[in-house]
Ligand binder design. Structure first.
Ligand code: ADP
Ligand code: MG
Length: 715
């Protein structure tokens, strides 16, 4: 069926093949319809004219109406050249300076491009309407490259109250597609397409959610009749986007959870009970609840796909162990995969302790396992004598074959790629194993809902009792002496100290130099034999690294100088101070992860954010936030607001299931929730969207953009 909406963009009046190519590469626009779905990201209220006397350098956009007083060409040598040498020939001019007077004051308009054209039209004595962003330049206000219109005649209303500002690029502008041209194109597209725009939401959905029709929304998002119409248009388009996103994710989940066969992990047996009964502490309410959720999933007859979120130190390891034992009690094996060797070793050491009373055999498989160890492990996994295997990526190798893998646990999920997960899934006994993904990156709820809409999410929202928030301060590196004095006092109390340096790329020589210089400085301040200082970084070979790490874990070294290799998981309860050097270079989530390494014991603990004098205002804001709160979710929410969801640490690989054109995960959390609840309601009544009433919804979901790379397809 042909409709104007599907027409090739080059045939829109004002476009043509050249601009069409630009629109395609720069904004992905191929059809009229694509164009109509590029929305303004803000609007300028052009109904207001600002008197020059009220203009300030920090104002956003202003509109000024005034008369040209003078128009001066300025040469390469700047204004001095002009003063010395009279008028400059047009072609030699580098800049055009136009002074405008509106009765309240005077202001300069500056042009570096289009000099000739503007020189010829901005004749002194004539009035114009100028529009642009004021800036301050050596104490004087000006507007560089303002938009220029004919002046408004006496008493006339300013035209088009709200003007959309569209996303643009340098190439678009150079290709002649300026903001003004974009408005014209949208107007042309609307003119031919409006009769063809078909509603894609059923009537009942519009009514239930008080949404305006699509045609109305598209017209008013581009050319708002007024603020009120704009608000309605925005709400409709955002809701639509979030609703379809949730509908597509939840539909997969509905189908998946009804269709997939899961390994039956029903009984709670001897291994689980003997571990549970000998725990050195009482599980927190949250840990108990999460274990119940996991057990319910694993005995449901369907495959579990669960994301376990818990802030650092919330006790996820214990949940992993008990879940693994549930699998073992039912005749299956479990694997626990960690992102780094250090972490796998630590997991293995901890888990082995918990397993002593159970008699379950547990092994460790990493890149540095010897050939002999490997042979034994491979055999043990194949004959089923190994119940629980802890390891790194080495677990994914083809020659690792399980007798009956029932549960795969992945710690710190974001470090694994999609393909790697798929490999693990395929190691099940014909049926994919249950999957538990654990993450300490507190993903904001809105983002989790979007990224993992098809996953069930459990949250450990309670820390073990007795944990005190980590006291956090920021300090300039000029006051390093005070930091060392503080470290000395803590060490005298028997505590240990982490000192972390940023190492963005392990190969960056500069960073490593910083680390080594810092290490030497600390050695001078904390000399042997009174003090032992260990150092750990990615360039060391595994033996050295493990030796140094072990010295700190065992308390033989009081100070551990390291790069972020200790970021994830490492647990030294006696460490009470975390010093983060060049902390301005870390992201919020990373700072939070690092800080989570202390505050695990009962003592007061401290995090000291050392920053250098060059720290930007933005980085200072991050550090201040760290000082203000210990709540990982709050930090993650702020992080998302500051950086935008696509950029959030730990989520780059996952990517958003669809590209959002108007809704924002950072800002529209409430509407996302609303849309999800409503999508759930729709699917509950009609899981496959087969009813006549839902025909439009099914049609929309069949479109390519909702084909998400989700977990249910991987397993
Ligand atoms: P994370 O969620 O960061 O992986 P861990 O599982 O490493 O946290 O647990 C952090 C510390 O808390 C460990 O030392 C662990 O032994 C301890 N722990 C876990 N659960 C409890 C609990 N219910 N009560 C007291 N301590 C606990
Ligand atoms: Mg952990």
């Amino acid at each position: 069926m042909s409709s104007a909406l599907n027409s090739d963009i080059q045939f829109l009046s004002g476009v043509g093949p050249k601009r069409a190519a630009l629109l395609k590469t720069e904004l992905g626009i191929e059809t009229f319809n694509d164009l109509l779905h590029i929305y303004p990201f803000r609007y300028i209220d052009r109904s207001r004219i600002t008197p020059i006397a009220e203009v300030r350098g920090d104002l956003a956009y202003v509109q000024i109406q005034g008369t040209v007083v003078s128009s001066t060409l300025i040469g390469p040598g700047g204004s001095t050249a002009m003063a010395a040498g009279g008028p400059i020939p047009l072609r030699a001019a580098k800049r055009l300076s136009v002074i405008v007077d509106d009765g309240s004051g005077r202001m300069e308009m500056v042009f570096f491009k289009g000099i000739k054209w503007n020189y010829e039209r901005l004749k002194p004595g004539n009035a114009f309407l100028f529009f642009g962003k004021p800036s301050e330049w050596s104490g004087r206000l000006n507007i560089v490259h303002p938009e220029i219109d004919a002046p408004l005649m006496g008493g006339a209303e300013a035209k088009g109250t709200l003007t959309g500002v569209y996303p643009s690029t340098e190439k678009l502008k150079n290709g002649g597609i300026t903001g003004k041209v974009m408005c014209k194109l949208q107007s042309a597209a609307l003119a031919v397409c409006l009769p063809d725009i078909k509603e894609n939401l059923p009537d009942y959905v519009l009514k239930d959610n008080a949404l305006v029709p699509l045609a109305y929304a598209l017209r008013n998002i581009h050319f708002p009749a007024d603020h009120y119409a704009l608000e309605k248009a925005v709400r409709r388009l955002k809701f639509e986007e979030l609703f379809f996103l949730q509908l597509s994710l939840l539909k997969q989940k509905y189908i998946h959870s009804r269709g997939s066969v899961g390994i039956p992990v029903t009984k709670v047996g001897a291994a689980f009970n003997s571990c549970f009964n000998t725990l050195p502490y009482e599980l927190t309410g949250a840990q108990k609840r999460v274990i119940r959720e996991i057990h319910n999933d694993m005995k449901s007859g369907h495959q579990m796909n669960r994301l376990l979120q818990g802030d650092v130190g919330s006790g996820k390891t214990m949940v992993a162990v008990l879940s693994a034992l549930l699998a073992v009690d039912n005749g299956y094996q479990a694997c626990i995969m960690a992102p780094t060797e250090v972490l796998a070793q630590q997991h293995f050491a901890n888990i082995s302790k918990y397993l002593v009373p159970t008699g379950v055999r547990c092994s460790l498989l990493t890149g540095s396992s010897t050939q002999k160890e490997r042979r034994e492990i491979h055999a043990g996994l194949e004959d089923g004598s190994i119940g629980i295997i802890v390891g790194t990526h080495a677990l994914l190798e083809d020659n690792v074959v399980f007798r009956a893998l029932g549960l795969a646990i992945i710690d710190e999920q974001h470090r694994f790629g999609v393909d790697q997960r798929a490999k693990l899934w395929s190691k099940g006994p014909g049926i994919p194993p249950h999957v538990l993904v654990m993450t300490a990156t507190p993903i904001p709820r809105t983002l989790a809902m979007t990224l993992y809409g098809d996953l069930d999410v459990s949250v450990i929202d309670e820390l073990p009792p007795g944990r005190k928030p980590v006291k956090t301060t920021m300090i300039s590196d000029a006051k390093k002496g005070a930091v060392y004095n503080f470290m000395e006092k803590q060490i005298a109390l028997g505590r240990q100290v982490f000192v972390v340096y940023p190492l963005i790329f392990e190969s960056e020589k500069m960073d490593l130099n910083n680390l080594e210089m810092g290490y030497e400085e600390i050695l001078r301040r904390f000399p042997d034999p009174a003090y032992k200082v260990a150092i750990v970084h990615g360039q060391q070979n595994a033996d050295v690294k493990n030796f140094n790490m072990a010295a700190f874990v065992a308390g033989r070294a009081q100070i551990l100088v390291s790069t972020t290799v200790i970021e994830v998981g490492v647990d030294v309860p006696n460490a009470s101070v975390m010093v983060i050097e060049s902390s301005q270079r870390f992201g919020l989530s990373q700072l939070h992860q690092l800080r989570g390494r202390v505050g695990r014991g009962a003592e007061e603990s401290y995090c000291i954010l050392v920053h250098d004098y060059k720290t930007s205002a933005e980085a200072k804001k991050r550090l201040e936030l760290m000082c203000a709160t210990n709540d990982g979710f709050e930090i993650a929410e702020e992080d998302m607001k500051m950086r935008g969801p696509g950029d959030l640490e730990g989520t780059q690989q996952s990517g958003l299931p669809i590209k959002l054109a108007i809704a924002s995960l950072a800002k529209d959390g409430r509407m996302l929730n609303e849309a999800r609840i409503y999508a759930d309601k729709v699917l509950n009544a009609d899981p496959k969207l087969e009813s006549q009433a839902n025909r439009l919804l099914a049609e929309e979901l069949r479109k390519g953009k909702y084909n998400t790379k989700d977990y249910s397809k991987i397993s």
